[in-house]
Ligand binder design. Structure first.
Ligand code: SF4
Ligand code: SF4
Length: 91
């Protein structure tokens, strides 16, 4: 059994920086923040039906499993989360 898991801290940084990735352009309300993001609660309003591109593990199963081990994939994602958090703190 594989013990690697992606641990989202629910910091909301990914949902606040959509302008950094054109794949998320349709969700950007114009200032980089997702139109489905509740800033007061710091949560996605459509979490249970969020798009596949917002679902880390679903993206792994569909697109990245053939290229990366689960550990490699999770490490890359966690590294990106750290960078996004630094950008968000500076805003
Ligand atoms: S930046 Fe990473 S840790 Fe923060 S909410 Fe997004 S997926 Fe979770
Ligand atoms: S749909 Fe939800 S998870 Fe995806 S970027 Fe928007 S607020 Fe974040």
């Amino acid at each position: 059994m594989n013990s690697y898991q992606f641990n989202c801290s629910k910091c909301g940084s990914c949902c606040r920086n959509l302008n950094l990735n054109e794949l998320y352009a349709e969700f950007d309300r114009g200032d980089g923040i997702c139109k489905h993001f509740d800033e007061t609660k710091n949560l996605c309003e459509i979490y249970s039906t969020r798009p596949d591109i917002c679902n880390v593990m679903k993206m792994y199963e569909i697109h990245f499993k053939q290229f990366y081990s689960l550990k490699e994939y999770i490490d890359m994602n966690e590294s990106s989360c750290k960078k996004l958090r630094r950008i968000t703190i500076k805003k």
